[in-house]
Each structure stands twice: as structure tokens, then as C-alpha cells.
Write a new protein. Structure first.
Length: 433
């Protein structure tokens, strides 16, 4: 913490729990709509996955269920980035998924057909067009899927900049203060209990990322969300081969402001087995099957860790206070393999090296689509979580939809695909046992 903690307000219209991309943008939108808002972050703003992601803001490759919300989110990104005026690396730098063979190109074409109704500027490139785009002539790729209007930004800069602007527009941003639970009156939310006291309010949004399930389980609400560990790195400076994101089997790149690249690999995650994994196992089987070739499943100390099974009362220290920032160790062997793959795919990168690496915990739902809904049993408490590893881009849209639903206003998109009730494994203690 570089600044003294902000005073805890006695009351607010809305309390937002979680200082990532969803929580920050939801709080900002609510303040702009005239609400008195307190934003709680147990550690530092954007210290977890909102600053550890790849920095892609893409429509390309999205589940068609998400596309309407992502299209709205892209519009909001341009608006918010314009409002702050900070250098956050934001721009329409495009997304390109190259195809190594005809099967991959067919997959790219199938996605394009599934998104046809949304009239995106995405198109399939030939091998020659792909070479021209990437400044090469070796026909290494048989083609690519390319979306010129897709965007990128620097995660570690963007979300803190949004939070500063939200504070300037009236949001009380409180770092180093965990939410412990809620209070209810007449069956409705009437306050959020923090480690420093209670904030009276009539509504709250839980945008806690991987921590959301832990917080809700303590309230007797069991949502199908698991945390998976992923990793990424930044490289030393290298020649520019493309200004935006380049996706490929084995290694994906995004050009950075500092002249290097952020490097990651799709589906290269570790599912940490915790008690909730047994409760929701059958619901997650399709996701695990889809990821089986690249994902790892591990059981170990995390079973008893902060995202495992925990119960507490509102006057007790919570797992969120014991671990302010999730900072898992990355898989260094995997990162080394990713770097070697990137060099093979893109020889112009030269002798780049890993300058910094990090791990992160991703909040994943069984269908890899967010949950944006009111909490069963606690009217007034709204959930905005489960962004499943692609939340940086869609985050402002999720924040906007959550804030609109809380206010009872016409939502920007149909909220039904994001309802919690779509999962058969969902349970809360008010249900019949």
C-alpha cells in the first residue's frame, strides 16, 4: 500500500466488492448514474488477474453467447479509454489467429460462420495475405482469422487508471479492506460487513473473481466456479511483427508498450482440486474433456488453501485477509517451452528472453461464460463473476450489465444467458435438500 487507507463510509447506495476490471467499471458506471458507491478491495486494485492477463480486448473467437456483450464492451472500452486520457497502451491493434494446417483453418472458418449474424469485420486470410500481414514470405501458415477492430491495452496500467478516474468522479475506493459478509433486514441486503466495520447499503455487487465462490459459500450459496492456475510472461524488447494479438497453437503474443511481448498459451492451465471440485465435478466434465490435452489436474496443498473449504463469522478473520493477493508460482518449464515455440513460429523475434513471469488464478464456469445475476436468498446482492480467462476484454460490459440489472434498468443485452440458474449443479441452503 502506497497510500493511507481511505476512511470507511458509514453508508453507501451500493458497495462493490472486488477491485478488478469488473468491480472498477461497475462502480464507475454506478457513480456516473448518480449513486453513492464504495469500492472494496482486500489488497490492491487490479493486483490479481486483472493485471496478469494477456491484454487482449477481442471479439474474435468468443462464444457466440458472449458476443453481444463483448460488442458492447468494446464500445465501452473506447469510451472509457478516451475519458481517462492516460497512456494505457489502448488501441485498435487487431487480433489474428493463424492456422498451422487445414484443420485449424477449418476451425477458424467455422467460428466465423457462427458469428455471421453479428456483422463483424472479421475475415479469413489466405496464406499469402497472412504472410503480408506479418511481414514474411515463407508460407509458414496456411491462413488466418483476422479482426482489424479488435483492441489491446496494458492490463497493469488500464484498470488502475480506471479506478483513479472513478475515484475522481465520486467512488470511494478502499484498498486493503476485505469484505467479510453481509447483513440483511427483512430478507434483503442491508449492509456489507468489512474487516473495518459495516457499510450500510441496499445493494452490492460481488466482482471478486476467483474469490467469489469462497465468499458465497460462506453465505450458503454454492456456485459452479473453480479457480485454475495459468501463467504468462513478458519478454525483452524485440522487433515488431504485428501491433496486436497473434494467436497460435503453442504460443500467443501481444505487442507491449515497452517494446517486448506478452506471451501465453491457450488452455495451458492447472485445475487445482479443492472441495468444490467434487461438488461440481459432473458439471465441469465437458470443460475438462475439451481442455484435457493441454490442461493439468492437480491435488495438493491448495485443497486446504484460501480457495478451499473455509467458514467464518463476520467477526472472524477471513481467507481474503490471510492472503491479500493470490500470487501463484508460474510453471517455468511451460513458459520456456512457450518462448521456444514463439521463436520457431516467428523467427523475426530473434533472441528474445523472458524478462518477467507470473502466475494467476482464473475464475472458470463450466460453460466458460460469466455469471451476472442476483444472489438467490439474498435480494440486493448481485454476482458478476466467472469470466473464465477472457475477462479483461469483456469486463466493462459485465460491469455495465451488472450495474443496470441492479438499478432495474433496461439492460444493454439479454441477461438470460448469464443467469446462475442455467447450471443444474447450483445450490443454496434455501433450496430443498
Amino acid at each position: 500500500m502506497t497510500n493511507p487507507p481511505a476512511p470507511l463510509p458509514a453508508s453507501a447506495d451500493v458497495v462493490v466488492i472486488g477491485g478488478g476490471i469488473v468491480g472498477v467499471t461497475a462502480a464507475w458506471f454506478l457513480a456516473r448514474d448518480g449513486f453513492k458507491v464504495a469500492l472494496l478491495e482486500k489488497g490492491r486494485i487490479a493486483a490479481e488477474q486483472s493485471s496478469r492477463n494477456w491484454g487482449w480486448i477481442r471479439k474474435q473467437g468468443r462464444d457466440p453467447i458472449e458476443l453481444p456483450l463483448m460488442i458492447e464492451s468494446a464500445r465501452l472500452w473506447e469510451q472509457l479509454a478516451g475519458d481517462i486520457g492516460d497512456e494505457i497502451g489502448f488501441g485498435r491493434h487487431s487480433t489474428t489467429y493463424v492456422a498451422m494446417n487445414d484443420d485449424e483453418l477449418a476451425e477458424r472458418a467455422a467460428w466465423l460462420e457462427s458469428a455471421r449474424d453479428y456483422q463483424l469485420d472479421t475475415r479469413l486470410l489466405t496464406a499469402a495475405e497472412t504472410d503480408e500481414l506479418l511481414g514474411r514470405d515463407d508460407r509458414r501458415f496456411v491462413g488466418a482469422l483476422h479482426t482489424p477492430s479488435d483492441m489491446t491495452a496494458e492490463p497493469s496500467l488500464a484498470v488502475p487508471a480506471f479506478a483513479r478516474q472513478a475515484a475522481a468522479e465520486g467512488v470511494t475506493v478502499i484498498e486493503g479492506c476485505a469484505a467479510r459478509g453481509v447483513e440483511t433486514t427483512g430478507g434483503r441486503l442491508s449492509g456489507v460487513v468489512t474487516e473495518r466495520g459495516t457499510i450500510a447499503c441496499s445493494a452490492a455487487i460481488l466482482g471478486g473473481g476467483a474469490w467469489s465462490r469462497t465468499f458465497l459459500e460462506n453465505l450458503g450459496v454454492f456456485i459452479p466456479q473453480l479457480a485454475v492456475r495459468s501463467q504468462a510472461c513478458r519478454t525483452t524488447p524485440a522487433p515488431e511483427i504485428h501491433p496486436g494479438g497473434i494467436g497460435a497453437t503453442g504460443a500467443s503474443l501481444r505487442r507491449r508498450l515497452d517494446g517486448g511481448y506478452t506471451l501465453g498459451r491457450t488452455n495451458a492451465s492447472t485445475f487445482q482440486i479443492v472441495p468444490a471440485a467434487f461438488r461440481h465435478f459432473l458439471t465441469f466434465v465437458p470443460t475438462l474433456w475439451h481442455r484435457w490435452g493441454m490442461a493439468k489436474i492437480r491435488i495438493g496443498p491448495d485443497f486446504f488453501g484460501p480457495l478451499g473449504h473455509a467458514r467464518w463469522t463476520n467477526d472472524q478473520v477471513t481467507p481474503m485477509e490471510k492472503v491479500r493477493i493470490l500470487d501463484p508460482e508460474p510453471d517455468h518449464a511451460l513458459l520456456a517451452d512457450m518462448l521456444a515455440t514463439a521463436k520457431r513460429l516467428h523467427p523475426k523475434l530473434g533472441d528474445i528472453r523472458i524478462a518477467e513471469s507470473w502466475g494467476g488464478m482464473i475464475d472458470v464456469t463450466p460453460d466458460e461464460v460469466p455469471i451476472i445475476d442476483e444472489t438467490p436468498g439474498t435480494p440486493g446482492l448481485w454476482i458478476a463473476t466467472g469470466l473464465s480467462g477472457h475477462g479483461f476484454g469483456i469486463g466493462p460490459g459485465v460491469g455495465r450489465l451488472a450495474s443496470q440489472r441492479l438499478m432495474g434498468r433496461t439492460p444493454v443485452v439479454d441477461p438470460d444467458p448469464f443467469r446462475l440458474s442455467r447450471f443444474s449443479s447450483f445450490r443454496h441452503l434455501g433450496d430443498a435438500q
